[in-house]
Design a protein around this ligand. Sequence first.
Ligand code: FES
Length: 123
Amino acid sequence: MSRPGGRADAVKEGACVGPTMTEVSAGPLARIPEGGCVLVEHGPWLLAVWKIGGAPHAADAVCPHRGGPLHEGTLEGAVVTCPLHAFRFDVRTGRNPFNPGSRIAVFPARVTPDGEVLVDVPA
Ligand code: FES
């Protein structure tokens, strides 16, 4: 069961636009290898924060197909391939490049002056 403004609504919209957002730390940007990611857990969300071109990009780490671990997928450019059945998603937009009806939620991420990654997620 989902709650209004929660995970299901965010996935439907392709991005989190819930009424109440909070910033969650993903730790130092320097700790994320280029092309790699870290996992962040917050409430019902399991987020993967990838570093692409030196910038953080946060998205749902759970594949909408059958719950595969997208953080364990292969990243090519900005497109991650799910390790279970090879669905692909652009982690910057959440869109599946081959199926516009399939997407993952994405979240705004920023780097503080002291190098910490903060991600906006529904509270
Ligand atoms: S669980 Fe991700 S493609 Fe099937």
